[in-house]
Each structure stands twice: as C-alpha cells, then as structure tokens.
Write a protein that binds this ligand. Sequence first.
Ligand code: IFM
Length: 803
Amino acid sequence: MKYGYFNDETKEYVITNPKTPTKWINYVGNLKFGGFVDQTGGSLICKGDPALNRIVKYLPQLPNYEFNGETTYIRVKENDSYTIFSPYFVPTLDKYDLYECRVGLGYSKYVSEIHGIRTEVTVFVPDNEPRLIRDITVTNLRKTHVELDIIPVVEYTHFDALKQFTNADWVPQTMQSRLVEENDGLKVLTQYAFMNRDTRINYFTSNYPVSSFESDRKLFLGENEFGTWAKPQSLLKDELSNYESHRGDNIAALMHHLGELAPGEQKRIITQLGQGSNISEEKAAIQKYRNEKNVDDAFNNLASFWETYLSKLQVETPDEQMNTLLNIHNPRQCYITKNWSRDLSLYQLGFGGRGIGFRDSSQDVLGVIPNYPEDARELIEKLLHTQKRDGSAMHQFFASTMEANEGDSRERPDRPDYYGDDHLWIVQSVCSYVKETGNTDFLNKVIPFYDKDTSGNTIESGTVLEHIRRSVEFTKNDTGAHGLPLLGFADWNDTINLPTGAESFINAHLYGKALQELIELMTFMGDKESADTYETWYAEMKEVVNNVGWDGEWYIRYFDYNGEPLGSHKNEHGQIYVNGQTWATIAGFATEDRAKTALDSVYRILNTKNGIKLSAPGFNGFDPDKGGITTYPPGAKENGGIFLHTNPWAMIAETIVGNGDRAFEYYSQVNPVYKNDKIDEYEIEPYVYPQNILGDEHPQFGLGRNSWLSGTSSWMYQAGTKYILGIMAAYDGLIINPCIPKEWDGFKATKYFRNATYEIEVRNKNHINKGVKSISVDGEVIQGNKAPIFNDGQVHKVIVEME
Ligand code: IFM
C-alpha cells in the first residue's frame, strides 16, 4: 500500500492517506522555537529546551487516532445543528473527498475537502520568531451559501514536560489561563505556569475576531470528559464558556464565526501559538503576524533559505530516486539533524538529560558543511568548548548552559568514565570545514578547554589546531596490552561496554583517519615536522592493526581485558562487525587484498536486501560483561540490526577499493524513496533515513525505526556526493573522482565551491566504475583530478572523462 508520493517540483512529499502505519512527522522552526508536526496536524512545540520548556502536550505513545497537541475544528451550520470536522483528519476521523499533508521544507501544508468545504492550512515558524503560524484558508465548494465557524485548539503541557507526568496535583495547580484584550480588538488567550525561576507566557491568538474562548479541557470536552476530542460537547453550543482556568488541564480554544461564504468564496485566518515573558512586549510582533502580507513574506523567506541551502549542490544522475534524495530530502535531513541533534523526535523526547552528543554532532556537521559551512562552524566551536585539556571530550552537553557530562558511563562506576572515540571525530569536522571554505584562520581561533578550576574558571585555552592535535595525542597515549587504543566506556557502538582494559579497533581506525587528516593539513600548511610525526604514529598503528587484528577473512573488533577477541570467527555471537572492515579500509590501514577480502565478507555475511547488519550472529540474552548490546533481541539495533548509520561507511569503503557497482547497490537498497512501495513492511517516513531497520534475525525484518535524527543522514549524503559521485572539497581545489555503477553513462552536477559555481559533467563512455582519464575546465585540460579554486563568482564548466 502507498500513503503518498514524492513531488520533486514542489520539493514535497505528499501524504495522501492520513492513516500512515506510524506517525509521520516534519520539523518546523528550530530548537530556539519549534518542534514537529505530524501528518494529522498534531504538534510538539518547545522553546529552547524540549525537556524544560515544552509548550504543547504531545504523546507519541498515544494511538494515532488520538488528538495530540493541536487541532482545528470547522463547524458548518446546517439548519439548526452543526456538522463538525477537522481539516487534519484527527480527531474527528471523517471520510474525506481529498486529503493531503504536503511535507515541505520547513513547513507542512494540509489540504482537505469534505462536506463541500476545502481547507488549506500551512504550518510553519517564521525565521527566528517564537511563534508557530497556522495559515488557514477555507473555500466554499458548494453551490449554495454556507455558514462556517473555525475553532483552533491547543493543549498545553507544563513547561517541565516530565513533571507533567509525575506530579498530578502540583502541576495542574500551577497552570492558569487568562484572556488579554486590547483596545483594538486583539484578543490573546494566555497560559502560564508559575515557575520559581522566571516568567514565561504561552499565548494563542488569531487575526480574526474571537467571539468566545475556552481554556479548560474538561469544559471543552464536556460531560466530565466523557465528551471526546472527536465530538467535544462544547462545540454543540453556539459559544464557548469564556472560562479562565485557575488550574487543571489548560487548553486554548478560540471561536471564530466566519459568517456566510458564497459559493466559491474564500476566507483566511492566521493563528499564532507563541511564547514570551509578557504580552505587552509581544504585542508588536503579534500584530505583525496578524497581517497576511507579513505572513506571506515570512513564508517566502523560508523558501529562499531552502533554495539557497539546496543550491550548493544539485545533481542529475541516471537514478531518479538518488536525485530526489540528494537534491532535496537528504540535505534537508542533514540540516534538521544538525539543528536538533537527538533532542526532539518521535523517539527522543528531550527527557533524561541527554543533550547534544559530542560524537553525534561532530558527524552531523559533516553533512551540513557543503551547504551551510558557517552554521556548521558555530556548532564545531561549541563542541570544542567541551573538549578537555587531555584531548578527550565530554560525551554530551546542553547548548543552553554549555554544561557537559560523561553520558551513560555515569551509571557504571566500575567502567571507564570517558568514551574512546568522541574526540577523534572532531578532527574530521574541523578539516572538512577548512577544506570546504579555505578559512585557515579558523585553525588559529582560541577556544577554552572544558576543564574548570574550583571557582568554575577556565584553566587553559588552545587554538582550534591545538584542540585537534590533542585529540590524536590523547589516543596515542591511551593504548592497551596490544598497543591498540583503549575502548573507554564505549566507542562509536555505545552499547558495547566491556570491562576496563578492553581495546577497540574502531578507535584505532578513527585515530588512523584523524592522523591522515592531520598529515594532509600539516602538509598543506608547510609544517613538515608535524606531518612526519603524524606519519610515524600512523605507520605504528597500521602495523599493530595488521599484526594482531586480522582474523583470516576479516578484521576483529575488540580485545577484551583478558586479550580475548570479539568480532572473530572464534566467537559464538558477534563474530563479524561491519565497522571493523569498513573503517579499516577508510583509514587506509587495510592492505588492498585484506580490504577486498574483508569487504567481501561483509557482503557475504552481513548484507541483506534491506541493508547491512551491524554484526552477526546476534547475542541471545543479557550478558553484563558485554553491556547494552545484549539487552536487545537478535536483529534489533546494535545487536545484529541494520544499524543504518554504518551502511554509508560500507559504501565509502567500496568506493575506495573501486567497486562502484556494490557501493551503489548498498546505496539503493536503503534509499528510503524506494521504500515508498514497501511501506507496510517499513512503516516509517519514506522521505528521511532512519537510525535502524530490524535485521533478518528479527521476526519484523525490514521494519524501520528511529527516523529523522540520525548520523545516517550525514554519512549517506557524504557517501552519495563525495564518494559515489566523487565531488569532494580539498584544501587546494575540488576533487572529482567518481566511483559509479558501470552501467551509468555519466552524470551531471552543479557544485558551489569557494565563491564559484562548477558545472560538472562526468562521461563514462567505457562503462567503468572508477578512474579519471582527463578533466577539462572551461575547455582547458588540467593535470590530475582536482579542479582549481576560482573565487571569482563565475560559472565554470568541468568535463570529466572516465578512463
Ligand atoms: O554512535 C552511537 C550514537 O552516538 C548514539 N546512538 C547509537 C550509536 C551507535 O551505538
């Protein structure tokens, strides 16, 4: 069954059946103010902090038919009674003549037709504004006049979203609502909870006369809440009660009588859900967004932002599904993931104090750097503020306070309190930013290390370059019995928490990759001495990995504190890990033969039609010595699931060994656009990558989970653009080195790089996977496969002939 289709022209995915197998969401605004809206109009909105400043009560665990956070009712007066429906399907669940939820870039647009009324609602957050706009237009499709009322509704949560669920007396006793009326007819229904710390006021208002309102859920639903969201009793009366709540479950419902609409006539209402510290200060902004033109302008600004963002790279390959992803949905997901980290999704609800992960964001920025490098740099700087003097990093931090902590290791005092990999990822982020922009000054920027004295003052600062040098120095000095980097509490796979003393090959590989980056950077900067030092460190680790890590057909993954291997044919469970093979190749540690053999083992043992499994066979039952991985059944998440984040690394590794056919096979088999035809198995949104898909050891093989906020997005974008299409920024030019399917005749791409536009055409006349014979730039043949930096604001034609 299909629930919608891609419309590349409008850059939307159009949901045509609201009964999707799970909630399908879209993001509006950002962490400063915003959240997500689902396919039936529900919303989860917060300001600044999803845990401590939540505005709307949205429970992903509720069944899909339930009202969740927000809706709008439309009433048609027929004789002496009302026909009531919602243009979002939920909560009235009517049968529509037409239903569309157009999932757009920064907005969702709902279009429905029922009872002869067409409703269009565009939901978005204007740039940098603490308000959610619902721009509603109703059209009378009937041949007769019709009398309409519109009643938009929001249900609030307590700001402290967790307390909302844990204290059922204190919370509702602190929540109150008042109507604020201004002389000019503006009515704003405000809602607040008394907080000890500060004053925040949520408000709900519109640009149309409000004849009555309701702020108490019990009164709105009626009959002691045996009136339902599908049929609120209060809507059977002409007016709402105008009750100002002094406690209880606060809502905001506004009654608007639109009067009679002639056949074909339209009316437009704009609602605002916002937050401020007092309404008089907000009034000017509220007035601004009561004006239709200002709302149109704000919406157009949003469209321009995305146009600019996406224009940095556009591709035209023979694979339509790849184009859809690379031109629209994948870069969009990269930006959303970078903005929201793992703070707010259907699966991560901001509770539990996770904040921004050092490792996660270091990878997320890689997906944003080509399109919006300065935005990525801001986050890189924040991350560097949480790196310690010894070069290791705090595992996670809160952007609002910049307080950091050591993540889950806090719960296991018997294990190391640092992660062996976090600090290594940031080396790639910094180098990637400098390659894209040429901004080498950034390397000299001084940023404090996280360590503080007893008064909370910074102890030491270092340049960005010093920070990334310390990253590799930490790992260089943190090795175990075999000379491999210690695992710490965990490496990238944060559910493998082996007792202290375990060594991790992925940490070794990441260290190798970081060293490669530093060698390249030092060479570019003319610092031969440093480059030589890093070369030596690199060669030493390469030797260790190859001396002790080869298992015969693949590289092993860990040595535990006893020196026993994990990820070896000797193990009963977890015999082979994909990361051990892909990263050995990416880091250049694997010899050519071993890389090919290891990657073939991945294909043979770990590949499935739905993606590559993280490991096999899965552990079956809890083993406290292994940690979190054994808490999942075989085939789920890190325990042999298709942990999608790892799949692009296999694509990248295959391009390194020149196997473009397999890289593309891997790319296509997880391309969510193709899942549009298999949604009943896959269930989640086909317009974004998920974090994981259940593997073939699980009875629900193929089911996608944890969509949107995942490192999968950044790495899939990199695998597709930098490695398969082979367009990669370098310090001194733009590398073009494709590794594509043999059957392709070539492809075209337009890439913005260092203030010039490169119109690239790759020709694959001899149908090979990889190898560039010649490149001509503006008609002149150049040496090698790197187009020069122009920095002239002009368009340059680049023709690449493959061998
Ligand atoms: O790498 C981690 C990530 O930091 C958090 N989610 C799970 C991934 C794999 O364990």
